[in-house]
Design a protein. Sequence first.
Length: 381
Amino acid sequence: MVKLENMKNISSSDSVINLDHGDPTAYEEYWRKIGDRCTVTIRGCDLMSYFSDVNNMCWFLEPKLAEAIKELHDAVGNAATEDRYIVVGTGSTQLCQAAVHALSSLAGTQPVSVVAAAPYYSTYVEETTYVRSGMHKWEGDAWGFDKKGPYIELVTSPNNPDGTIRETVVNRPDDDEGKVIHDFAYYWPHYTPITRRQDHDIMLFTFSKITGHAGSRIGWALVKDTEVAKKMVEYIIVNSIGVSKESQIRTAEILKVLKETCKSETENFFEYGHEMMKNRWEKLRGVMKESDVFSLPKYPEAYCNFFGKTLGSYPAFAWLGTKEETDLVNELRRRKVMSRAGERCGSDKKHVRVSMLSREDVFNVFLERLANMKLIKSIDL
Ligand code: PMP
């Protein structure tokens, strides 16, 4: 019999659990403990104008949010903010599209190829194909991409779905037509060691995956080039005439608390998040250990400049594989676990992406069902 520790409170419910999307509800408990310290009061007469700062190129960016973003990056040491523009977006989903649009519209010839190394974040496919723009064309997997002409490579590091640390793979250093968008949604200390202060031309961040406040729909881009930043701002104006001020103000308040507590012994969010993720990954690996059915990637340890010690990686998604020739997403669905098919991420049927950021009870039900799958498999053998 497989034994799982700390699973006394598992619900024996038979309901479907959805680990397909990465809804970051795992962090609710921390913010509940923080209580009213992030509470924002907004009166009927507040925040009514479209404009936040007419002297800023990104005039819909709330100055308080800009300040909180800079201070947080400074405190964590994960990205350079000096000499670049901050563009705020309705989630980094909007910003990614704005960046692809900006780079494409500034390219000499069109359509511009857009690629990402498989396995990639499946939403990039929809983001670049849904509106059928004539300016860019999704070309899929960056490994082996050799088309001539302008291209954009999307680099996600740590990667969604497989948690690996990524760099560009197309690599044409002398090619002015090659542009890169770095998506650093998960480059935060609870997921991965902070090994360097990133300093790329276009870097995307999302509030959703730092603190778990996905519902606020706030993301930001750090952009070096003026023309690219201008085009991104233009895109957002056409798309949504700016970004909700209520959301920006709330985000600023929460980021401020995040920064204030990030050196605290007792309230450090990153410490909390890191412990929680580590614990979940240990439990998951515990279930996997006895399994000859499933596989999980292994991650090297590295020195984390933020925590000041050598640590492992605990990604927001588990990239679950199987050695058998199975359609894993369907196998899991039969056990009432929804996951994202590897094929959607440019991979194969033998892989799925499973969110590690659900509420604790859901995560425990997932482990229980996975352990039972292993048992059924061993009986089959
Ligand atoms: N990039 C990556 C790699 C992500 O995983 C996500 C969220 N799933 C996003 C961007 C988008 O985040 P949001 O739109 O919520 O800011």
